[in-house]
Write a protein that binds this ligand. Structure first.
Ligand SMILES: Nc1nc2c(ncn2[C@@H]2O[C@H](COP(=O)(O)OP(=O)(O)OP(=O)(O)O)[C@@H](O)[C@H]2O)c(=O)[nH]1
Ligand SMILES: [Mg+2]
Length: 424
């Protein structure tokens, strides 16, 4: 969606068995939010309960005609389907309706493309777009020839299409290899961080992940009441109290029916999630459909092989709900999963104490108690241990300092690696 004047008609027609009827409205509302994020204006809605998508135009034939009337009544210039369309359905619908047709995946890709800032995010989005585009090239060509002025519905010649396909495949290969290099650099960064407790914020888009990290760390992050405000992960150091620290990383939000090309190309960003000591699954407690959003996030996490990762559920935006509603949430979440849950508001720092304490307890649980005998001549390690460990006792004797301390497993490895230090 390139121009802000796009007048969009939204179509929600999930197969009968796929979606709880009560949620169709929520899904369309979300599609409207996505359309708004992309800069379009919603001028009409059409819904249909179908048993099985019609291979030609997705909807029933009669409903498709109704859609055509709606487009002309509302002077729509874009139709957006909440469900994924096959390349053939997209093409047939465009011929029937005479306006551009997109599905949800394409809309999400479009939003990502306009919002990606870092070169890595831009490459990831471009890769996903090209992979989406490849089987739909013929249809895209029709758009282009229209934009370029009046060639009408004629597509390009087959040779031209073949050349384009080859160019796109080449570009895909280049992007993949560049992204592999970036992933390597990232790996080095990660190794440098090793040893510090790491938490990653995951959750549905707009749940308030960036707001939480901003409040916890006291540093500014981009926050917006739009979907996919964050595309690049950002890491901040957070003080947990009692001398404990954690590195917390903010990541891209999830959404239902996230295009699988996108999930695949964001893999390296999401690698950070795999390395984390704990995942903070942020849930917008003020949403009626929080349980549905929770399930979507759990689905993406299991796709990434993280179903069994250590987690804390962070119900955010509790300032928007009543005490009684919060009690109901607590009861409901205890009934559906045993994961520990905290209730917070990014807008009220006093509520963040419970989250800091929960994280602090996790950091402590990973510490090991040791006695390190360090020669006084190794002043560097003596000061390091004061910086990085929780000191329980110190005895100075015979030019040796014996320190009893709780240290992280990584720091223990460093102590053991020093030939002049004895550890027990
Ligand atoms: N009332 C209230 N609003 C909040 C709270 N936390 C976040 N918000 C609002 O929710 C919206 C989304 O916040 P973000 O922090 O951008 O959400 P996010 O999870 O990072 O979203 P994406 O990056 O898009 O995935 C913003 O308008 C925030 O001001 C909260 O605790 N209470
Ligand atoms: Mg964000």
């Amino acid at each position: 969606m390139r121009t802000p004047v796009d007048r969009a008609i939204l179509v929600g027609a999930p197969p009968r068995q796929a979606v709880d009827p009560a949620l169709i409205e929520d899904h369309l509302e979300e599609l409207a939010h996505l359309t708004d994020t992309a800069g379009g204006e919603v001028v009409g809605y059409l819904t249909q309960r179908i048993t099985k998508p019609n291979p030609r135009v997705y909807l029933g034939e009669g409903k498709a005609v109704e859609l055509k009337e709606l487009v002309s009544d509302q002077k729509g210039d874009l139709v957006i389907f909440d469900e994924e369309l096959t390349p053939a359905q997209g093409k047939n619908l465009e011929e029937l309706l005479g306006v551009r047709v997109m599905d949800r995946s394409e809309l999400i890709l479009d939003i990502f493309a306009t919002r990606a800032r870092s070169s890595e995010a831009r490459m990831q989005v471009e890769l996903a777009q090209l992979e989406y585009l490849l089987p739909r090239l013929r249809r895209m060509w029709i758009h282009l020839s229209r934009i370029r002025g009046g060639i009408g519905l004629r597509g390009p010649g087959e040779t031209q299409l073949e050349t384009d396909r080859r160019l796109i495949r080449k570009r895909i290969a280049i992007l993949r290899s560049k992204l592999r290099q970036v992933a390597k650099a990232r790996e080095v960064q990660r190794q440098q961080r090793e040893g510090t407790f790491q938490a990653v914020l995951v959750g549905y888009t707009n749940a308030g992940k960036s707001s939480l990290l901003s409040s916890l760390s006291g540093s500014d992050l981009f926050i917006e009441d739009r979907l996919f405000a964050t595309l690049d992960s950002a890491t901040r150091s957070v003080d947990l109290g009692q001398g404990y620290q954690a590195l917390i990383t903010d990541t891209v939000g999830f959404i239902r029916k996230l295009p699988h090309h996108l999930v695949a190309s964001f893999h390296s960003t999401l690698e950070e999630v795999k390395e984390a000591n704990v995942l903070l699954h942020v849930i917008d407690a003020s949403r009626q459909d929080w349980e549905d959003q929770h399930d979507v996030v759990m689905g993406v996490l299991s796709e990434l092989g993280l179903a069994d990762a250590s987690k804390v559920l962070v119900f955010n935006k509790v300032d928007l709900i009543t005490h009684a509603e919060e009690e109901m949430l607590r009861r409901r979440i205890r009934a559906i999963e045993p994961t520990p849950a905290v209730f917070v508001s990014a807008k009220d720092k006093s509520t963040l104490l419970a989250l800091r304490e929960t994280l602090g307890a996790r950091v402590r649980a990973k510490l090991v108690e040791v006695v390190a005998h360090i020669p006084v001549s190794n002043g560097r390690m003596i000061s390091k241990i004061y910086q990085e460990a929780e000191i329980l006792n110190r005895v100075d004797e015979n030019m040796t300092v014996s320190i009893t301390a709780r240290v992280s497993p990584a720091f223990l490895g460093r102590l053991k690696g020093c030939p002049d230090i004895r550890v027990e």
